[in-house]
Design a protein around this ligand. Structure first.
Ligand SMILES: [Zn+2]
Length: 331
């Protein structure tokens, strides 16, 4: 009796320990890894850029319907939301979460990796900071955003490496930057600041050293830089300019840094809903995506849409890009 009671206690302790450690262990491993980005087996990679969905907890359903149609038609490998993803209409943090849930759903349902940057309107509701919103975005299983390099007012400066189809070597890169907002004191748009430009230079240098070569890249942020005006005035740009180019007056030198470093082949923004032109300056393409959002300003005769990028592993420095519009779909 005594012996079996002793064994019973030891046995119970052993079982308890096994359960305890297996729970602890499995807890550490329940966090599913984020999706890895690779070129497809056929050596191609497709990106969809959704600009300025700019809506709140009761989103205009036409925005979601168009996102769904474009994703089903283009079947991208990555989706980028380039700022002014939500507007100022949320009255509580719960409503901010709802606003983000709305625009997350089309990608999450299809398990398409997606990433975001902030625009000038994203935190104007004042109910959540950019850091708090970034935590919501990154909580979705397929969202690969990062707070990355942050300064006091810029959150979400990071890069995304895309690996070759057959190896684990990255062959393409994407830079995401927070271009700030409207400064109500000076009545001017803010610019990409020197800390961000510094971060970009260091990141590029580190990548170059690690992989022993320059990896071609695209760069995305929300507010166009002053060079967008030069590109339009040169008269070579293709696409529409139906409103003013709302870039900051101050040129902080980002473009010069990119020309110098030579890895970024294209800069793409949103912000001006009715512009979608693409031009080229010093070997770098500068372009817009017109807006996807129906709940914000627009023009009913100017179809909403998204910009698409098609990259080939065999020559990733060159990329094709086009707009996919609501008017392309017949229902
Ligand atoms: Zn904007």
């Amino acid at each position: 009796m005594k012996l079996s009671k002793g064994w019973f206690i030891i046995g119970s302790i052993a079982i308890f320990l096994v359960i305890f450690f297996s729970i602890t262990y499995s807890k550490d491993n329940t966090e599913t890894p984020k999706p890895e980005l690779k070129f497809r087996k056929d050596g191609t990679f497709k990106i969809v850029q959704f600009a300025d969905s700019q809506d709140g907890p009761d989103i205009d359903i036409r925005t979601i319907n168009l996102m769904n149609k474009i994703l089903d038609f283009e079947k991208p490998d990555l989706v980028l939301l380039t700022g002014d993803n939500v507007d100022d209409s949320s009255k509580s943090s719960k409503e901010v979460k709802k606003s983000i849930d709305n625009i997350a759903e089309p990608m999450e349902r299809r398990r398409i990796p997606w990433a975001v940057i902030f625009g000038n309107h994203d935190d104007e509701h004042g109910k959540m900071s950019k850091e708090e919103m970034m935590n919501i975005y990154t909580s979705y299983p397929n969202n690969i955003s990062q707070s990355g390099f942050t300064t006091s007012d810029r959150v979400g400066n990071y890069n995304i490496l895309i690996k070759a189809s057959e190896t684990n070597i990255p062959v393409f890169n994407i830079y995401m930057l927070d271009s700030g907002k409207y400064d109500y004191k000076t009545k001017e748009y803010e610019w990409i600041n020197y800390k961000q430009i510094d971060w970009y230079k260091h990141t590029t240098e580190a990548i170059q050293q690690k992989y022993n070569r320059t990896i071609p890249a695209l760069m995305f942020f929300h507010i166009p830089i002053p060079e967008f005006k030069i590109v339009w005035e040169n008269g070579q740009a293709v696409g529409f300019k139906n409103e003013e180019i709302s870039s900051p007056k101050f040129n902080s030198g980002l473009f010069e840094a990119l020309v110098d470093t030579k890895d970024v082949k294209g800069i793409f923004v949103g912000h001006d809903h009715l512009n979608d032109f693409v031009g080229e300056l010093n070997g770098i393409k500068l372009g817009y995506s017109r807006s996807i959002g129906y709940g914000t300003y627009g023009d009913d005769s100017f179809s909403r849409g998204a910009r698409v990028f098609f990259i080939k592993e065999s020559d990733p420095s060159k990329f094709e890009t086009w707009m996919r519009l609501a008017s392309d779909f017949h229902n």
